[in-house]
Ligand binder design. Sequence first.
Ligand SMILES: C[S@@+](CC[C@H](N)C(=O)[O-])C[C@H]1O[C@@H](n2cnc3c(N)ncnc32)[C@H](O)[C@@H]1O
Length: 246
Amino acid sequence: MVKSDVFKLYESDVLRLATGDTLRPGGFVLTDLGVKSCAFLPGARVLDVGCGRGATVERLVSQYHLQAIGLDPSEVLLEYGRRKYPAINLIQGLGEELPFPANHMDGVFTECALSVMEHLDKALKEIFRVLKPGGWLVINDVYARNSDRLQALQELNLDSCIRRALPKEQLINMLLEQEFYMVNWTDHTNLLTQLMVDLIMTHGSMNEFWLKSSSCSGSVDSSLAQAAIKQAKMGYFQLIAKKDVS
Ligand SMILES: C[S@@+](CC[C@H](N)C(=O)[O-])C[C@H]1O[C@@H](n2cnc3c(N)ncnc32)[C@H](O)[C@@H]1O
């Protein structure tokens, strides 16, 4: 895997101290909501793209009896997941090149991961390919509510699910281009606000959180990061889509 000098916030303990093993706002709240919306049969085959430490995969197996598998490029996060949940199936790979045949999965989850990927269009194409006709896509992720102020975010020298946050319309258009059809979009920005509260409780202030992140990487400017997030009016959503049966 190619090494990069961009700071990977999701691999650092600075974030995990506040979120636990689910490296996203809301923990399992939207995972559970997504499972209920999809009404999977027991044993349904479900892939978690950008599974991080594997906490969602473990939950899909233990709570919902799904045949779940996680995929992520980060050896650091996969190692942790394999040690903590030895019974689950975690593989290394990229969302842009899914190592599965076409029409294979009953569902794909991707939580705070599409917004980290460099080639989102390729990843969506791959997800569409591996889903069975009638298969479900559940996306829980950040979005930019102010589409005019994205540049400062994109220029930040950190890899986290804020840098590539897209406006709602742009993401929906990309999904429609892949011939997904939209089932539901719901705003859950309150979960992102709660995460910020948790980060403040854990680290003392958002400034301190960004300063600690910078001390891990030496490359994140805390005031720039905070200003960029504010300008883009970051929100959080759940989107559910389906691959058409026809
Ligand atoms: C914010 S973390 C979220 C991890 C996990 N979904 C969770 O919620 O705990 C983003 C994840 O996306 C993964 N990621 C980055 N680039 C990726 C890619 N091209 N394909 C798949 N996953 C990717 C990272 O390694 C990281 O685990």
